[in-house]
Design a protein around this ligand. Structure first.
Ligand code: GAR
Length: 191
């Protein structure tokens, strides 16, 4: 069994899809708990729906990293999945979980990555630049924001005149389709 913690800051739709996927496929990959840096967010409802414990840590805790790292080690977590987690993962955690932290980013990295580039801001930039395609990147996390090894990218077309909301919808479809199965496949190959 591979013990996973999901980190999330928002609505939690990716976390929800991962949890459904693992259940439906009776996977040996097991999400033990959820970690968040928000006191209110959709992810709390996702945790409740899946009867999973959810733990709050402040942004300061994430910056210091040790409180979070100690907790993960006590809980015997082996893998971390960032599913819409909007803080940088600091070096102590990246080093302790080398090549064991996944992130999903809503663009074709290296385009539109880095500090301050998350969620809607990414899609606004894609549309403002007149790009004709966008997509998702599933990657390992290293000490540089959005620069770890890419495991999978999937693309969608950006139509002329498409709104940010329409692009978000297309990107989330890709995320929900590819993130759960890519994680499981990768973890099963490595362990
Ligand atoms: C997702 O689209 C994810 O790619 C993005 O946040 C959204 C979370 O949605 N992550 C980033 O921008 C990370 N830089 P969700 O809470 O519904 O899963």
């Amino acid at each position: 069994m591979s013990k996973v913690a999901i980190f999330a800051s928002g609505a939690g739709s990716n976390a929800d899809r991962i949890l459904h996927f693992l259940n439906e496929n009776q996977s040996s990959v097991k999400v033990a708990l959820i970690v968040t840096n928000k006191k209110e967010a959709g992810i709390y409802q996702v945790a409740e729906n899946h009867q999973l414990p959810i733990f709050y840590f402040s942004n300061q805790d994430f910056l210091e990293a040790t409180p979070v790292l100690q907790f993960l080690q006590e809980q015997k977590i082996e893998w971390i999945v960032l599913a819409g987690f909007l803080r940088k993962i600091e070096l102590p955690i990246v080093s302790a979980f080398e090549n064991k932290v996944f992130n999903i980013h809503p663009s074709l990295l290296p385009k539109y990555g880095g500090k301050g580039m998350y969620g809607k801001k990414v899609h606004e930039a894609v549309i403002a630049n007149g790009d004709r395609e966008s997509g998702i990147s599933i990657h390992l996390v290293n000490s540089e924001f959005d620069k770890g090894e890419i495991i999978l990218q999937a693309k969608c077309i950006v139509e002329k005149g498409q709104t940010v909301e329409e692009l978000v919808e297309n990107i989330q479809k890709l995320e929900h389709e590819f993130f759960p199965k890519t994680l499981v496949q990768y973890i099963n190959e490595i362990k």
